[in-house]
Design a protein around this ligand. Structure first.
Ligand code: PDD
Length: 285
């Protein structure tokens, strides 16, 4: 089946789905994005993703290209036209097309909008979750506004590649004090030997993941001991469990950090249970 993308107001066949060479996203990474899970053809936590999109745009002073309602319709139409049941929908908004100049283009320059959707291999993800994944740690060399979901992802790209080259699925960024910030495209969590679930506070040092937000609600609802605090790499090495969260990974157990087994080296019981239960706490739309 041929894929379809929404590009600046039109649904186009994949081969024709291109943007202008002077799109500021292409030239300056001057844009933002969102990735929303699609499950059973429905969008998961759309409202929270749209709220974060609005915030990212506002922080970068990029105009909202259309109403949130219209964006919702386009995302659904893109999902439907690509016949995605389980997968992801991606939206990217840049500051638009203008002659190359670092400063903002003239007021009224239309932001550029791209929406794509693709299926994920459900069974393969479940197999990965049943085995757990390896992560490696890398220094966090990003700017101070990683709370904005900008398409400027070069350190994340290099970190993920470093992980791949070491046979790992994810890289965890570590700040100057030896504390884990987050993964290259996921949030990072541990469960301590005392059974406390820990993740870093959502200050400017991490992206406030939507999966993270919903999981915190789930932890509270289940009465589990949860703390938002930074944890060191050493603490993670000695943790009972570790896991990562994102729209594409949901809750994914981590079984090795820098080559060392986490806990007994098998996916954690709590992480696996949280993965199983996550969608009970998510909003389906
Ligand atoms: N990544 N931290 C970073 C740096 C991320 O890029 C992401 C999401 C997350 C998790 O956020 P959420 O739970 O809202 O997906 C944390 C997306 C999936 C991506 O870039 O593909």
């Amino acid at each position: 089946m041929s894929r379809i993308a929404f590009v600046n107001g039109r649904y186009l066949p994949w081969r024709q789905a291109s943007v202008h060479i002077e799109d500021r996203g292409y030239q300056f990474s001057d844009g933002v994005y969102e990735v929303c899970e699609v499950r059973g053809g429905r969008l998961i936590d759309e409202r929270l993703h749209m709220a974060r999109l609005e915030r990212s745009l506002k922080e970068l002073r990029i105009a909202m290209p259309m109403s949130l309602k219209a964006i919702g319709l386009v995302m659904r139409e893109t999902v439907a036209r690509n016949r995605v049941r389980d997968g992801l929908v991606y939206i990217q908004i840049t500051r638009g097309v203008a002659r190359r100049d670092h400063a903002f283009p003239a007021a009224g320059t239309a932001p550029a909008v791209v929406v794509t959707a693709r299926g994920l291999d459900f069974a393969s993800n479940e197999r990965t979750a049943a085995e757990g994944i390896a992560v490696v740690t890398v220094p966090d060399n990003r700017w101070e506004r990683v709370d904005i979901k900008s398409v400027s992802l070069l350190p994340n790209v290099l970190a993920k590649q470093a992980a791949r080259e070491q046979g790992a699925k994810e890289a965890w960024f570590v700040d100057r004090d030896g504390r884990v910030t987050e993964g290259s495209s996921t949030n990072a969590w541990i469960v301590t030997r005392d059974g406390e679930v820990v993740t870093r506070p959502a200050d400017n040092g991490i992206l406030r993941g939507i999966t993270r937000t919903v999981l915190i609600e789930a932890l509270k609802a289940q009465g589990l001991t949860f703390k938002e605090r930074a944890f060191t790499v050493e603490e993670a090495y000695g943790a009972r469990e570790a896991f990562i969260t994102s729209a594409s990974m949901i809750v994914m157990p981590v079984t090795r950090i820098d080559g060392r087994p986490v806990g007994n080296g098998a996916p954690g019981l709590l992480a696996s249970a949280l993965r199983r239960d996550f969608h009970r706490y998510a909003e389906w739309a």
